[in-house]
Design a protein around this ligand. Structure first.
Ligand code: GTR
Length: 396
């Protein structure tokens, strides 16, 4: 099967922004010690109407791609090279040979002669669809996720995922995956993985089993950063639920709790500089000159629901700075008329994404997609409050 470029272009809402903000050095930019005003347009005027916000949204995309993630190519054609189904999750209470789900393993081919092959998988509940989807930035077929896949399908969702390393290996070598297909693009690894998530959405919406209006995205840690970026750019994604996304994700660059990963640390040459556009590292020690902070990334998701999932003892991922970006994006959600769509799930404990985190994510998806009542608290503010700077022009 071939996914035609035209249908992808027609259906995709992805914003393809190219470098549009001036190539200023950090030292040429004004100091802004507190978080920048998301409502202030580049020309100094202020957002007053939802139409203005659509324009501001484009500016924010350009600011983030120019300075943080790099620019992505437009959607690409791909071929479904392989698609195999097998029954999984035997039902112990039912007559023999009764299974509760299907595992579909898929290979997608990109580029000339399908030179980039991406492995993907879906756990599809048995029964009458179409089903809502949780798309995870991970291969999803690992043994350790088996209980999760069972939980997700039992709750009536498809669990879909892909091997993000097939799009780009997690290293600074640009000779593997998608990079050689688009040498003219400066996209860094998180951007390649996020672009890959949008290609998965292209694929998912061709399936009759998929409820196209209810696709949620999640990912853990570096894949949480990816999930947030993918949802920010691709408006077909109906719920963003990054887990422990921290620095370069939900965490703030300017305001950090003790022991949190800084811009300088994450962009070190021996660490993860290749996740980001080279420009970001120039802001090391000059975070107060960043023309954005991570509440801008969250603002791109509004008015769609956003659930940032984080652990209180995961200091490296800057839980306090995550709460602050959540508070800083609240005026955008308020302005767009959906104050409740900006949510957090906090739990005690450390970094890994737990079974309980998946349960919380499904509960939240059930609530936002199907209006089911909430049991857990998704509005907690465990850290002392952040006050929106008085200089902001929050539209009334
Ligand atoms: C850490 C990195 C974090 C986070 C994490 C992960 O080493 O500093 O930003 O992304 O890796 O992805 O597990």
């Amino acid at each position: 099967m071939m996914i035609s470029l035209w249908s992808v272009l027609m259906s995709s809402m992805i914003m393809s922004a190219t470098g549009t903000t001036p190539a200023l050095k950090p030292e040429d930019l004004p100091v802004c010690a507190d978080l920048p005003d998301p409502f202030r347009m580049n020309d100094g005027s202020y957002v007053k109407t939802p139409e203005d916000w659509r324009k501001r949204r484009e500016e924010i995309i350009a600011i983030l791609l120019d300075n943080e993630y790099g620019h992505m190519p437009p959607p690409a054609e791909f071929h479904v090279l392989k698609s195999r189904d097998r029954d999984v999750f035997k039902d112990k209470d039912k007559p023999k040979d009764r299974f509760n789900a299907v595992l579909r393993k898929v290979v997608l081919g990109f580029g000339e002669k399908n030179r980039v092959k991406v492995n993907a998988a879906l756990f599809i509940p048995r029964g009458k669809g179409p089903f809502p989807v949780i798309l995870s930035i991970s291969p999803v077929t690992e043994k350790k996720l088996e209980d999760t896949a069972q939980l997700v399908t039992e709750r009536g969702y498809i669990l879909a995922g892909y091997q993000h390393h097939d799009f780009d290996q997690d290293n600074d070598d640009r000779s593997d995956g998608m990079h050689p297909l688009y040498p003219e693009y400066d996209w860094a690894t998180l951007a390649v993985w996020a672009w890959g998530a949008s290609r998965m959405v292209d694929y998912l919406i061709t399936l009759t089993e998929v409820d196209k209006t209810h696709i949620a995205i999640t990912g853990h840690s570096r894949c949480g950063k990816t999930a947030l970026l993918a949802a920010a750019l691709d408006e077909r994604i109906a719920l963003a639920a990054p887990h422990a996304s921290g620095c370069g994700g939900s965490g703030c660059f300017r305001i950090m709790g003790k022991g949190s990963e800084t811009l300088a640390l994450i962009t070190e040459r021996k660490r993860f500089h290749y996740w980001f556009a080279p420009k970001l590292a120039e802001f090391k020690g000059k975070e107060d000159r960043l023309p954005f902070d991570q509440h801008f990334l969250k603002a791109l998701i509004a008015p769609r629901p956003l659930l940032s999932q984080d652990a209180l003892d995961d200091h490296w991922a800057n839980p306090m700075g995550t709460q602050y970006t959540s508070q800083a994006v609240q005026p955008v959600y308020d302005f767009l008329g959906v104050p409740d769509n900006n949510s957090n799930y906090w739990r005690y404990g450390t970094h890994p994404m737990t079974y309980g985190d998946w349960e919380a994510l499904i509960e939240y998806a059930d609530h936002t997609f199907f209006n089911k009542p909430l049991v857990r608290d998704f509005k907690g503010r465990p850290f002392p409050g952040y006050s929106i700077p008085a200089s902001w022009h929050v539209p009334k």
